[in-house]
Design a protein around this ligand. Structure first.
Ligand code: NAP
Length: 193
């Protein structure tokens, strides 16, 4: 698969290594350039920039693509957004709107810290394999991301739509910051695991 990665910091950098190790072709961009090229090249695009930078994403180039949203909304860093502060919507639904409703947004890679992502992948079946949570409204796009996560060493768990799963996964939600196996997730979070 051709994967574009926007943002080559802690999360983007870790994901690039994992994608390449799994045999995927990766092109990346960051604030210094290469974003449009990485997006044009890709079937799937991981967005791993501060949420406050969402307005700079190349909307036309992202149309029709599977967009993995690793971003978390932190008001102190990203600026206050009223409809997130009053829980009217979620940051991934907002991203979907920013992208004109033309990209298949899937929320993933947002609950686990970058060091764990980088170091703690395990082969399928390992007893200590950790979960990466996935939410999305487009079932086909979500399936693509679930399979990708399995390939890079984590158990993918579908938490539902961007509205439901997004709230479980976002900062302040019960899945945020967790490092759990599928069995532990099942015990702790029931249907979300
Ligand atoms: N760190 C974690 O453990 C973690 C875990 C889960 C989710 N997240 C979320 O993932 C996102 C990235 O976090 P991070 O910790 O990886 O951040 P980071 O280490 O600060 O890296 C941010 C990256 O985004 C790039 N960038 C910033 N503005 C941009 C723009 N307008 N266009 C293109 N690229 C831009 C930066 O480019 P330069 O390299 O040119 O500066 C950098 O490569 C955030 O939304 C964060 O909340 C982080």
């Amino acid at each position: 698969m051709r994967i574009g990665v926007i943002g080559t910091g802690a999360i983007g950098g870790a994901a690039i290594e994992l994608f390449e190790d799994a045999g995927h072709e990766v092109l990346s961009g960051n604030s210094r350039g290469g974003v449009a090229e990485a997006v044009e090249f890709a079937d799937v695009v991981l967005v791993a920039v501060p949420f406050g930078a969402r307005g700079t994403l190349p909307v036309d180039e992202l149309a029709g693509k599977v967009v993995i949203d690793a971003m978390n909304y932190f008001p102190a860093r990203d600026g206050q957004v009223a409809e997130l502060d009053n829980d009217e919507t979620t940051s991934s639904e907002l991203l979907w709107r920013v992208l004109g409703g033309d990209a298949a947004v899937v929320k993933a890679f947002n609950t686990m810290d970058a060091a764990t992502l980088e170091e703690d992948g395990r082969p399928a079946g390992a007893h200590d394999r950790l979960v990466l949570f996935v939410a999305g409204d487009d079932e086909l796009a979500k399936r693509t991301v679930l399979e990708l996560i399995d390939e890079i060493g984590f158990d993918p768990v579908d938490t539902g739509t961007l509205a439901v799963g997004g709230r479980l996964q976002q900062p302040g939600g019960p899945l945020f910051g967790t490092s759990v196996t599928a069995l532990e997730a099942q015990r702790l979070f029931g249907s979300a695991g």
